[in-house]
Design a protein around this ligand. Structure first.
Ligand SMILES: NC(=O)c1ccc[n+]([C@@H]2O[C@H](COP(=O)([O-])OP(=O)(O)OC[C@H]3O[C@@H](n4cnc5c(N)ncnc54)[C@H](OP(=O)(O)O)[C@@H]3O)[C@@H](O)[C@H]2O)c1
Length: 250
């Protein structure tokens, strides 16, 4: 049975907005979260035009009390079938900077790791009680690489990958699926901040269509574009010293 009530964080732009459009259809209730209320309403209107019912909530997801309160309120009103934790902050450090800006590192850690981990834990409990549900965490291919140009970003995504796997094992007996999505480069405002090269860059709508189809099959792991699957496997075979050398020159 296709999920009916779908929460998407970071739905005001980029991949989140594309995921909202990919799930918008008659019978779907979309809960679209982000900070920018104007953009959220624009995306909601696009989803409504496709036949979905869309509700928007604008708040800063780093506000953990607001996050858990909004989740509980939404879940009481319409039990969430599918929760997609997509909101994220990029964070590349300029070559000439001595280190990452500490406040930037904190924001990245809070948006990319703390908020999805807290949110997923909260909704996992409610889904386990119902004996059904699906949680999707949007990670990154960066989880596989100790990126010197984005130490905190890479670390948050690596942490999220471990969390997703552990949670999926824990939730299996409750019929709650957990999916980790690890994208390469998707053309969004975030990736436009990253200097080229961006191999295998794909549009957000193409990425969202692939992700939505695999979510519907309850895939545990989604890596896209597909070229990153062999690339990731190959780099795992490299001695760590060689990988460090390559990355130090990147
Ligand atoms: N684009 C890529 O190449 C790429 C590759 C791998 C993984 N990813 C992952 O894909 C996800 C989506 O990224 P994207 O490329 O679509 O980025 P994006 O275009 O910058 O969009 C990020 C979304 O996250 C929301 N967000 C950021 N900080 C927030 C906060 N404090 N509170 C609430 N919402 C917040 C933004 O909302 P507001 O604008 O309303 O603040 C926006 O909707 C992220 O988890 C990212 O790490 C992206």
């Amino acid at each position: 049975m296709a999920p009916k009530t779908i929460l998407i964080t970071g739905a005001s732009g980029g991949l989140g907005a594309a995921l909202a459009r990919a799930h918008a259809a008659p019978g779907a209730v979309l809960l679209l979260w982000g900070r920018d209320g104007v953009r959220l309403r624009e995306i909601a209107a696009q989803c409504s035009a496709q036949g979905a019912v869309a509700h928007v909530t604008a708040f800063d997801i780093r506000d953990i009390a607001a996050l858990t309160a909004n989740l509980a309120a939404a879940d009481v009103q319409t039990p969430i079938d599918l929760a997609i934790f997509n909101a994220g902050l990029g964070g590349t450090v300029a070559d000439d900077a001595l280190s990452e800006n500490p406040q930037g590192a904190q924001a990245t850690a809070e948006v990319n790791f703390v908020s999805p981990v807290v949110g997923a834990s909260a909704i996992a409990g409610a889904m386990a009680k119902r004996g059904r549900g699906h949680i999707v965490l949007i990670g990154s291919i960066a989880e596989s690489f100790p990126l010197p140009m984005a130490p905190t970003y890479a670390a948050t995504k690596a942490g999220l990958a471990m969390f997703a796997e552990a949670l999926s094992i824990r939730m299996a007996k409750h019929n709650v699926a957990v999916t980790l999505v690890s994208p390469g480069f998707i053309d969004t405002p975030m990736s436009r901040q990253v200097p080229p090269p961006k191999p295998f860059l794909m549009s957000a709508d193409d990425a969202a269509r692939i992700i939505a189809a695999k979510i519907a099959r309850r895939a545990r792991r989604i890596v896209l574009p597909w070229q990153f699957i062999p690339l990731r496997a190959l780099t795992r075979l490299l001695p760590r010293a060689v990988l460090r050398l390559i990355l130090s020159r990147a």
